[in-house]
Structures are given as structure tokens and as C-alpha cells.
Ligand binder design. Structure first.
Ligand SMILES: Nc1ncnc2c1ncn2[C@@H]1O[C@H](COP(=O)(O)OP(=O)(O)OP(=O)(O)O)[C@@H](O)[C@H]1O
Ligand SMILES: [Mg+2]
Length: 454
């Protein structure tokens, strides 16, 4: 018996498995923990490509962007039709729900090959906390879309016992922050110390930052979210800020309009944007955001961070390049760690604001959580500790108490950055395997609350 957890992300999806020995693993998609949440649907015959190959098409200015679907998560349950295609049997509306079903079908096919005859017992899919609270319709639409996924002509929730999906595979929807907290408790060497305490789950995704305070009860008690705050600023905004420098260079060399602000960059990426902009955004993300993050992270925990930044380390340049017209030479932009931190300041400022507002709500000793778990790909953005967490905690706790509070951030640093992107999926798989109890909210249970197994 195998249980799986699916962290359906706006940009990337992660799948974790727990086998009957209780062993946890991350399913590998073409050798990677991450399955890009991108689907290319070829419009004449409806051939579908899911994941990395479609994501690579995004950076290809020659591909028709109207055949590539991504970032559909936020428009779940809004009645959106993203495109209509006709493959010879009449028009098909491509909706966020249908794309979710296709993504899950791809996952299920990949997984059942790996199961080698073992049955899939339970599937837990995670959704943002805000959906569980304010958008139950999005939770329900996600659950229905997952249930509709077909493998070998049968839906995900199987009734047949002869199939690898099992005779009663249960599909449940769970809050991302609860899943992350379950993961942290499982990974901590001292889970008992968390009983009766609050854990702050700090989740920075592609398009959102979600802070949730999760209460840890006794082992038989459910994990519950007791407070939450979120905004629509995530790693994409950080990428758009860095891209600004490159766009200025493009604007001055070519006679084309470049989006003037990070907001305009993100708005254009949502629409049928120019191929060169897709290419440039992808390069800014991998060549500047990820690489400079890694460099900054290497020194961020050192006492002489400021000196290192001002010195040779901080000044060393990394480059990104992209083309506007395939026939022209690439445009190259250089950036140092110190310029990276300066350009990201609006991102840091907004993140400081949301953290300060959240921590200010608590009273006295309750103000600061017992532990803090950084999760989501965006939590790997270099500079978060130095430019966000340290200044906010120092300001709110005062200089005497700040070091002890900051030490709590170390409690759940598991020294492996891979974990920040896989925590939610692992936690979801642990919930699927019954290792953590998640209580459906009683008020919604009667309306088919998605936390309840039906
Ligand atoms: N190594 C890294 N360094 C810096 N940033 C990173 C790194 N890896 C991923 N990111 C950033 O994290 C963001 C994506 O995070 P994640 O994969 O958690 O999003 P998601 O789960 O798909 O989105 P959401 O949670 O909003 O649905 C992107 O902006 C990406 O650039
Ligand atoms: Mg996510």
C-alpha cells in the first residue's frame, strides 16, 4: 500500500510517496523533484506534453504561446475558459480544472509505472490555506479535478481491486501549511517539545506569500491553523525586479516597448506575451535569482556578512543573456550580489511588512512562535534572513531578546535546501498515510468540506 501527497503548485508540482514500511520518498520526474506545472496542448491533434518539455517551450520564442498553459491554479473555480481547441471531434474548452485533471493524469501514469503492482491507498492534494478559509469552491473544484483524472480508462478514485490504483483510493484536499507542519514534526528530532506550541509556516511560492500559525496539540489531536496572513507577492515578483535591469538594456538597444514596472512584467506574462519576454524572464529566474540567491545564502549566516558583501565576494558579477530577435546577438546583463540585494528591496520591504504585521498580532510571549518553518521555492531567495527576518525580529523583540528568538528559526532549518521545496508534498503524503490527524472544520463538513474523506 502506498500513499501519496501532491503539492499542486502554480509553477511546480511535487509528489511524495509513503510506502507500507513508512518510508518517505520524493517521486522523480525526469530525474527532478519538481514537475513544472506547464502543459503544452498541440492544437491540431490535441497531443499533450506535461512538465519540463513544455516549460522549455516557454523560453522558445518560436512556439505559439496560446498552446502553452501554466499558472492556471489561481483561476480554479472562476468559470474561466483559457482556450477552445478542436481536434476533429468538436470544440473542447480548456479550463483550469481540465488542466489540473491532465496534470494529475500525468502524475498517476508516472507513479503507477513505479508502483510495480502495489496499490495506491490514498491521495492527499494540498491547496493554499486561504482557499480552505475563503474559497471552499476552489478546494472542491480541485478535488473534483483530481478525482476525474483517468489512468488506463479508469478514474483516480477506483472501485476495482485489480488495478494498481487500489480498490478504494481516497482523494482528500489538505491545507498546504498543515502539510508543511506535519512534515516538520516528522523531521524534527524533538517533536514532543512542540506539543502545545505554535509553529509559523512561512511559505513563499511563485505568486504568493502565506504565513500561517499552526497549533500543535497532543499526538491524537489535529494540527490546526490559528492565524494566517497572505499577499500576492512571491518569487515571481523578485524575478521581475531583477529583470528590470535587463529590460532597460533591451529598451535602449531596440525600438520596442518594454514593460516599465515589475507589475507590468507579471501582467504581460499572464497574457499572450512576447516570446522574447518569456525567454528573458526564464533567464532572469535561473541565471540571476537562483544563482545570486545561492551566493548570498552562502555568506548570509556569517558574522562578517556586511564586509563580505562590500568586498570582492559581493562585487563579483554574474550574467544573464537573452535574445530579442533570433538573428541578433544576445543581450547580456551583469549583476553583483550587492546590486541583487538593492534591486530586491521592494520584495524584501513587502515581506518585512507582512511578517511584522503578523507577529505584532500576538501578545507577550505568544507573539513569537516556538519554531519557524521556511517553505516554498521562494524561501530560498538569498537575503531573506538578513533583509527580512533579522530586522523584523530585532525591531519587535528588542536587542536583548532578539538572538534567542532568531535561534528559533534554526530549530527547523534542516540544512538541506531541497527540503524547502518538498516539505509540503512530504507532509501531504504523511497525512495520506494516516500519520497525522487533520480535522475537517465542522461548519463546512456538512457542505462537503474538502478536508473530510468521503
Ligand atoms: N534555488 C532557488 N533560489 C531562489 N529562488 C528559487 C529557487 N528555487 C525556486 N525559487 C523561486 O521560488 C518560486 C517558486 O516557488 P514554488 O515552486 O514553491 O512555487 P509554487 O509552489 O509553484 O507556487 P504557489 O505555491 O504560489 O502555487 C519561484 O519564483 C522560483 O524562482
Ligand atoms: Mg507552493
Amino acid at each position: 500500500m502506498v500513499s501519496i501527497g501532491i503539492d499542486l503548485g502554480m509553477l511546480n508540482t511535487v509528489v511524495a510517496k509513503v510506502n507500507d514500511k513508512g518510508e518517505v520518498s520524493i517521486h522523480q520526474f525526469e530525474g527532478s523533484d519538481l514537475l513544472p506545472s506547464v502543459i503544452h496542448v498541440e492544437s491540431t491533434a490535441g497531443y499533450r506534453y506535461v512538465g519540463r518539455r513544455s516549460r522549455n517551450f516557454l523560453a522558445d520564442p518560436d512556439i505559439d504561446p496560446s498552446e502553452i498553459f501554466r499558472r492556471w491554479k489561481m483561476s480554479m473555480a472562476t468559470g474561466t475558459v483559457l482556450a477552445t481547441q478542436d481536434w476533429g471531434n468538436g470544440p473542447i474548452d480548456i479550463t483550469p480544472e481540465l488542466l489540473t485533471t491532465w496534470l494529475v493524469e500525468h502524475i498517476m501514469k508516472d507513479i503507477t509505472v513505479d508502483l510495480g503492482g502495489e496499490t495506491l491507498d490514498s491521495v492527499v492534494v494540498t491547496v493554499p490555506h486561504g482557499w480552505c478559509r475563503d474559497h471552499v469552491e476552489k478546494c472542491l473544484a480541485t478535488r473534483e479535478a483530481v478525482r476525474a483524472a483517468q489512468v488506463d480508462g479508469r478514474t483516480c478514485e477506483m472501485k476495482r481491486s485489480d488495478h494498481t490504483l487500489g480498490n478504494k483510493t481516497v482523494v482528500r484536499i489538505v491545507d498546504e501549511s498543515i502539510a508543511a507542519a506535519a512534515y516538520a514534526l516528522n523531521a524534527s528530532s524533538d517533536a514532543a517539545a512542540f506539543v502545545g506550541k505554535n509553529m509559523l509556516v512561512f511559505n513563499i511560492g511563485g505568486g504568493t506569500t502565506d504565513l500561517c500559525l499552526v497549533r500543535v496539540g497532543a499526538p491524537s489531536e489535529p494540527l490546526t491553523v490559528i492565524d494566517t496572513i497572505n499577499n500576492n507577492i512571491g518569487g515571481d515578483y523578485a524575478t521581475a525586479l531583477l529583470l528590470g535591469k535587463h529590460l532597460a538594456a533591451i529598451g535602449s538597444q531596440f525600438d520596442i516597448d518594454v514593460p516599465p514596472t515589475p507589475e507590468a512584467v507579471l501582467a504581460e506574462l499572464e497574457g499572450a506575451e512576447e516570446g522574447w519576454l518569456r525567454e528573458a524572464f526564464a533567464a532572469a529566474e535561473t541565471e540571476l535569482l537562483h544563482k545570486l540567491s545561492t551566493r548570498v545564502e552562502e555568506i548570509e549566516y556569517l558574522d562578517d556578512f556586511a564586509e563580505k558583501l562590500a568586498g570582492k565576494w559581493g562585487q563579483r558579477l554574474l550574467l544573464m543573456s537573452s535574445t530579442v530577435d533570433r538573428n541578433d546577438d544576445p543581450i547580456v546583463t551583469f549583476m553583483s550580489c550587492s546590486e541583487y540585494l538593492t534591486r530586491l528591496e521592494p520584495f524584501f520591504e513587502s515581506t518585512r511588512g507582512i511578517l511584522a504585521r503578523f507577529l505584532s498580532r500576538g501578545e507577550g510571549s505568544e507573539r513569537f512562535p516556538y519554531a519557524i518553518l521556511m517553505t516554498g521555492g521562494g524561501s530560498r531567495i538569498g537575503g531573506l534572513r538578513n533583509r527580512v527576518i533579522e530586522p523584523v525580529v530585532s525591531e519587535l523583540a528588542g536587542p536583548t531578546k532578539a538572538p534567542e528568538i532568531l535561534g528559533r528559526f534554526e530549530k527547523l532549518r534542516f540544512n538541506d535546501s531541497r527540503l524547502s521545496t518538498t516539505a509540503v508534498a512530504v507532509g501531504a503524503a504523511l497525512v495520506a498515510a494516516g500519520r497525522f490527524y487533520i480535522e475537517p472544520f465542522s461548519a463546512e463538513r456538512s457542505q462537503g468540506w474538502p478536508g473530510s474523506a468521503q
